[in-house]
Design a binder for this molecule. Structure first.
Ligand SMILES: [Zn+2]
Length: 203
């Protein structure tokens, strides 16, 4: 075989492998899209069941929040579901109601507003913290010594409203750290999957 023919062979092999890799990326994307559709449908169906348990006043506030086209209170949660930073387990209607109402609270922290249950992957809202100077130590605790919590701080949920795990220390995580981590709940239904490199490159 001449050198030129060898080069062409290598080139053809490269082109073929690129085409195969594009194809498998497309398949992964299609599977991810199908999982997202299921998660979105679950969210909508849970919201409808939760709404049946709400007072007319609560239902009104939730509907207005859902219909807001701007940065509504559920946007961060839904966006984290879509980008694979949390999971939507098959919640009870009562749990969905508690979560939907908590997200509407004026006490939701504007910055670190969400955390994730390390056991089931559910995202939940975090409460605004008082200034550090006002933090009170829990009885018998020293800061940074032993297991948290060390301070008596306001929380919407101290244990997961779905699976009951304690949401402290290793029991919880932050959405922006999830991309780099692997949790058993990522294998369960209600999880879209991590964004592929392709997705990240496209923004
Ligand atoms: Zn949980």
């Amino acid at each position: 075989m001449t050198k030129l023919a060898q080069k062409i062979d290598v080139l053809l092999a490269e082109v073929e492998s690129m085409a195969l890799s594009r194809e498998s990326t497309r398949q992964r994307e299609a599977a991810r899209e199908a999982r997202w559709q299921k998660v979105a449908d679950r969210w909508i169906s849970l919201a409808a069941k939760a709404s049946d348990l709400m007072s007319p006043e609560e239902d009104q506030r939730v509907s207005e929040a859902i219909l807001r086209s701007d940065d509504g209170p559920y946007r961060g949660w839904i966006s984290d579901l879509a980008s694979g930073r949390c999971r939507l387990p098959q919640l009870s209607a009562e749990t969905m109601k508690q979560l939907m109402l908590a997200w509407l609270s004026p006490l939701v922290d504007a910055y670190m507003n969400a955390a994730i249950c390390a056991s089931c992957g559910l995202e939940y809202p975090k409460c605004k913290l008082p200034p550090v100077s006002d933090w009170k130590l829990l009885p018998g605790k020293q800061p940074g010594v032993g297991e948290p919590p060390w301070y008596d701080l306001p929380e919407f949920f101290t244990s997961c409203p779905h699976c009951g795990s304690i949401l402290q220390g290793q029991g919880m995580d932050w959405p922006h750290l999830i991309d780099m981590k692997s949790y058993p709940w990522m294998q369960l239904d209600g999880y879209v999957g991590k964004q592929t490199e392709e997705n990240n490159r496209n923004g």
